[in-house]
Design a protein around this ligand. Structure first.
Ligand code: ZN
Length: 271
C-alpha cells in the first residue's frame, strides 16, 4: 500500500491510497463515522428558561454543539472506574450557561458557555443557540461526556468522511480533433485546452460524471473516463472536536483493537 497526502490541515485531510480495496476503505470510513469518540453534551439541567424556545429544543441544540475533545484525559463513561451514573471529573465536564437580556434583544451563542475545563469548549464561538428578548433569561448546567457516533450523531467526529476510486481520464490524440466540447462540459475544470492540445489537470477533483465522454462528438470517443479499482481518494472533514489526523489514527487503533480481539476469541486447535 502506498499513501500520499493530497491535502492536510487540522480540519480536513485528503489522501491518495494506492494498492488497497473498497472493503478496507469502507471499514475505515464506518469506524470514523461511528466509533471514534468525541465530547458532547448529553445531559442538561435547566434551572431557568424564559426564552421562547422550549427546554427540549434548547437541550437538543446544545447537544449538537461540537466540543473540543481531550481524548488523553477523559474516559468513556462505560470504561471509567467511577461506574457512576453522574460521572466523575475523568468522564464528565460541566459547562454553565447563565445569560440575561437586560434592555435589548440578544443572541445567546456558544461563546457564552463557561466550561469547568478550559480545554473542553465549543469548537466555534459563533454557534447561535437562542434569541432572548429584553428581560428573558437562561440559566442551565450542561454535562458533556465522551460518546460514539453510533449512539447519537452529536458524538460523530466528522461532518464528512468519504472515499472514491482514483479517476482515470485519457484522451486519444489520434481520434481527438481538439473541438473543445469536453473542456466546456467539464464542470470541475479538469480538462483544459492549450492551443490545440487537450490536457488533464487536478485529476483527483474528477467525480467520474462522464460528461466529458458524452460531450465528445467523435466515434469512437476520443475521451475515455474510468477508475482504478485499487486506488482511492479518502477524505475526512472533522467537526473540529479532534484534528483530522487524530481521527484517522484513532480509527486505525480501534480497527487494530477489533482484530486483536477477533484473534483472541478465535478457538485454536492445539496440535
Ligand atoms: Zn468517571
Amino acid at each position: 500500500m502506498k499513501i500520499q497526502i493530497l491535502e492536510k490541515n487540522d480540519i480536513s485531510m485528503r489522501l491518495l491510497i494506492e494498492g488497497t480495496n473498497a472493503p478496507l476503505m469502507n471499514t475505515l470510513r464506518r469506524i470514523i463515522l461511528s466509533e471514534v469518540p468525541t465530547m458532547a453534551v448529553d445531559d442538561v439541567v435547566i434551572l431557568e428558561n424564559s426564552s421562547a424556545l422550549q427546554d427540549e429544543f434548547l437541550a437538543h441544540r446544545i447537544g449538537l454543539v461540537p466540543l473540543k475533545t481531550d481524548l488523553d484525559t477523559y474516559n468513556l463513561p462505560e470504561n471509567c472506574e467511577c461506574k457512576s451514573e453522574f460521572g466523575c471529573n475523568l468522564c464528565r465536564v460541566s459547562l454553565v450557561l447563565d445569560v440575561e437580556a437586560e434592555d435589548h434583544t440578544i443572541v445567546v451563542r456558544s461563546s457564552d458557555f463557561k466550561s469547568e475545563n478550559p480545554t473542553v469548549i465549543p469548537v466555534s464561538n459563533e454557534i447561535s443557540l437562542v434569541k432572548l428578548a429584553p428581560e428573558q433569561k437562561i440559566r442551565l448546567e450542561a454535562y458533556a461526556r465522551l460518546g460514539k457516533g453510533k449512539d447519537h450523531a452529536r458524538w460523530q467526529s466528522v461532518s464528512m468522511c468519504t472515499y472514491k476510486y482514483k479517476p482515470i481520464i485519457s484522451v486519444n490524440t489520434e481520434l481527438c480533433n481538439s473541438c473543445g466540447e469536453c473542456v466546456e462540459a467539464c464542470s470541475r475544470n479538469i480538462i483544459t485546452k492549450t492551443g490545440k492540445k487537450i490536457e488533464i489537470r487536478n485529476l483527483e477533483n474528477c467525480t467520474l460524471c462522464q460528461d466529458c465522454v458524452k460531450a465528445c462528438q467523435e466515434t469512437p470517443k476520443a475521451v475515455k473516463s474510468s477508475w482504478d479499482e485499487t486506488s482511492f481518494i479518502f477524505a475526512i472533514e472533522s467537526t473540529g472536536a479532534l484534528t483530522s489526523e487524530r481521527i484517522l489514527r484513532e480509527a486505525l487503533n480501534i480497527l487494530d483493537g477489533k482484530l486483536v480481539e477477533f484473534l483472541k476469541q478465535l478457538p485454536v486447535k492445539k496440535t
